[in-house]
Structures are given as structure tokens and as C-alpha cells.
Design a protein around this ligand. Structure first.
Ligand code: ATP
Ligand code: MG
Ligand code: FE
Length: 350
């Protein structure tokens, strides 16, 4: 089936077009630059940017895929989680399109969409069960995906800041611009990752009982801030490369440690990475090393499918269609806190 996917949960307006698992278009307009001077995504600005970008982005995606709207068999749209105002823009557009074209609509989960991205553009697509580590500016979640369209379990998530958010906040306190991830990656080159032992959140035995697969990054951010302050108070220079490398090491270490532990403890020899933080050089390296050592098959989709995009939403929609799931009824809305276990919302009773 030919599916058009719409993603507007954060600052990317993503339109994807897929035929089954074949990627035809993945068009993205981002309002990231507009948020740069605020040091993070401003919900109101993001929602307005989606409103302006949707029309042109849909048109560009149709051109890229060389298809017309009349050929589209179904619409898929992100219903949540994400920024409520931003989600609502995509949901409204998707409903209007589905009504006008008289095609079914599938309201889907953004997090599960990140997993669905791995079906596209690959000779050896996603196998289940798999553990999935999703790391971006808005979420840090560890999922157990037994079946993409029917069985997703949330193993753990961040209890405070998301991993990408930690990069953005630490970059800011180091005087680096937004978004912080790529800046810290660059600043870390040549730095010593063992120079400073920054804390690994929720890895102590006392934390593990209740938070085995959960993450915490706000203590790490505070530790970096303290360390830098003490240096400055002592009138000593701040070794930027060492701080960046040591901070990056702490984030990558805790993410990979918990993800690999989940695979091992649950007997699932597959790990999928998704989200914008996957661009991080050290995270990729450490994940590759430790997955190899543990006999875990590691999958990292191309970065254009790791950051927020419409193709992954279309891919998940296509899977639902092909599995014979009923479409969503038009009474669904935007759910900013949609749990990962809800793969599709408002599925019509058969
Ligand atoms: P959502 O959370 O809804 O997926 P988002 O826009 O926050 O939305 P992405 O666009 O997938 O998520 O990712 C952006 C985040 O990824 C930012 O926090 C950014 O700092 C981080 N990031 C990008 N490149 C890197 C990198 N090389 N290393 C670490 N973090 C990075
Ligand atoms: Mg983004
Ligand atoms: Fe995302």
C-alpha cells in the first residue's frame, strides 16, 4: 500500500511516503534554527512553523516520490507523544487529507515509529523481538518490541532530562551554541574521556532495584556545572576537550550499559538505536563494541531515519495496514503523553 506519513511532534515537519517497506520520499522542514536563540524548542514557535511548512512539505514529498495524492491508499500521523500544540497541527492536517481523499487514517505512536524506521531502506529489515533504545532531545526510552504492530513494552525511560536535552544543557553551560549534541561531539575530539569521572545516573545497586532500565541525566549536568565552576573559581582554565569527552563518555556509557543489560537479561540478542542522539560518535562506537562483545546484533538506521521524520510514521502505518488492523476513527486527538505501549490510537472496533 502507498502510505503518506505526517510527523509534527517536535520541531521537524516530516512528510514520508512509502510503499510497503519501500521508501519513496522523506521530506523534512525543521524549525530548529528558530529555537537556537532560546537554547531549546519553544512549543508555540514549533506549532506555528508546522502550520507554515506542512503544505509545501507535502507537495515536495509527492514530487520526490513521483506520486499524486490520488494514489495514496492511507494516511498515517503521529498522535503522540510530543508537544501538544505541534502534534495538533499534524493531526488536523492528516484528518483533513483523509477526509478529502476518502482514505483510511492511522493515528500512531511516535516512539514506535522510531522503531519502524528500521524497516525502510535496508536489505535486512528489523527482526523481532528486539530491544530499542530511543534517544533524542525529548525522550530517552528503552523498549522491548515483541511485535511492531501489536506488542511493545516500555522497559524504562529517563526520570528527568532526556539524553539530548543533557547535551543541549551542558553545551550551554560550556558556552557552546544550540543544538549542543554536535557541538560537544566536535569539542570532544582530542579530549581524554577518562580525564574526569562524571557520575553515571541510576547505576548504583540501591537505584537498580526500582530503576533497572531507567535513566537520569540531571545529576550529571549538575556535576559538570559544579566542576566547571570550581575550576573557574580557582582561576584555572577549563579544559573544554576533556570536559566534553568525559561528559560524552558518561552519557554513552550509561545508555549502552543499560541497553546491553536489557538484551542480555531478557535473552533478546538484538538492539536497535533511534533518535537524534544516535548521531553521537562515541555512542555509536561504544554500542558497536559492546554489542559485538555480547553477541548482540546492533542496528542503526541511517541518520535521516533516526531523527524525527515522516517516513518512519508512514512505515508503521504500512505495517498496520498490511497486518489487517482497522484504521483509526476520526475522534482521536493529540496525546502529548501517549505511552509507548499504545502503538495505534482510536482503532475502529471491527
Ligand atoms: P523528539 O524528542 O520528539 O524526537 P527532538 O527534535 O528533540 O524530538 P531529534 O531531532 O531526534 O529530537 O534530536 C535532536 C537532539 O539530538 C538534540 O537534543 C541534539 O542536541 C541531539 N544531538 C544531535 N546530534 C548529536 C550528537 N552528535 N551527539 C549528541 N546529541 C546529538
Ligand atoms: Mg528535532
Ligand atoms: Fe523522536
Amino acid at each position: 500500500p502507498l502510505i503518506l506519513g505526517i510527523e509534527t511532534s517536535c520541531d521537524e515537519t516530516g512528510i514520508g511516503i512509502v510503499r510497503g517497506t519501500t521508501l519513496l520520499a522523506n521530506t523534512i522542514a525543521s524549525s530548529m534554527e528558530e529555537h537556537a536563540r532560546y537554547g531549546g524548542v519553544v512549543p508555540e514557535v514549533a506549532a506555528r512553523a508546522h502550520l507554515e511548512a506542512l503544505g509545501p512539505t507535502i507537495r515536495a514529498a509527492l514530487d520526490e516520490a513521483s506520486v499524486t495524492l490520488a494514489e495514496v491508499d492511507a494516511i498515517a500521523v503521529t498522535s503522540g507523544p510530543g508537544l501538544a500544540g505541534a502534534l495538533m497541527v499534524g493531526v488536523g492536517a492528516a484528518k483533513a487529507l483523509a477526509l478529502a481523499l476518502d482514505v483510511p487514517i492511522y493515528a500512531v505512536n511516535h516512539l514506535v515509529g522510531h522503531v519502524g524506521a528500521d524497516l525502510l531502506d535496508t536489505a535486512a529489515p528489523l527482526e523481532t523481538p528486539t530491544v530499542a533504545l530511543l534517544v533524542s532531545g525529548g525522550h530517552t526510552s528503552l523498549l522491548l518490541v515483541r511485535d511492531l504492530v501489536s506488542d511493545v513494552e516500555l522497559l524504562g525511560e529517563t526520570i528527568d532530562d532526556a539524553a539530548g536535552e543533557a547535551f543541549d544543557k551542558v553545551a550551554r553551560l560550556l558556552g557552546l551554541p544550540y543544538p549542543g549534541g554536535p557541538e560537544i561531539d566536535r569539542a570532544a575530539i582530542g579530549g581524554d574521556p577518562r580525564a574526569i569521572r562524571f557520575p553515571r545516573g541510576l547505576t548504583q545497586p540501591k537505584d537498580l532495584a526500582a530503576h533497572r532500565y531507567d535513566f537520569s541525566f540531571s545529576g550529571l549536568k549538575t556535576a559538570v556545572a559544579r566542576w566547571v565552576e570550581q575550576r573557574e573559581a580557582a582561576g584555572e582554565p577549563v579544559p573544554l576537550a576533556d570536559v566534553a569527552a568525559s561528559f560524552r563518555e558518561a552519557v554513552a556509557d550509561v545508555l549502552v550499559t543499560k541497553a546491553v543489560a536489557a538484551c542480555t537479561e531478557l535473552g533478546v540478542p538484538r538492539l536497535l538505536l533511534g533518535g537524534g542522539v544516535v548521531a553521537n560518535a562515541r555512542l555509536r562506537e561504544l554500542a558497536t563494541e559492546r554489542a559485538d562483545a555480547a553477541g548482540i546484533a546492533l542496528r542503526i538506521p541511517p541518520l535521516s531515519l533516526c531523527t524525527d521524520n515522516g517516513a518512519m510514521i508512514a512505515a508503521l502505518g504500512a505495517q498496520l495496514v498490511m497486518a489487517g488492523h482497522p484504521p483509526s476513527t476520526l475522534d482521536f486527538g493529540a496525546d502529548s503523553t501517549l505511552p509507548a505501549t499504545e502503538i495505534q490510537v482510536a482503532a475502529r472496533m471491527p
